[in-house]
Design a protein around this ligand. Sequence first.
Ligand SMILES: [Zn+2]
Length: 51
Amino acid sequence: MSKSQSKSKVVAKCRSCGSVFVSEQLSDGTIRPIGVSADCTCGDGAFDRLS
Ligand SMILES: [Zn+2]
């Protein structure tokens, strides 16, 4: 059974500046904030999942 890439909605916090974003987590574990480009507005792209 092949599954297309599933995304789940999570809340994530930027490791650098602490901003919290509603984000989507891809099936490979990547967390991407929704509503901003790929990275946080501070320029960092590392997020910790909160929810
Ligand atoms: Zn940030």
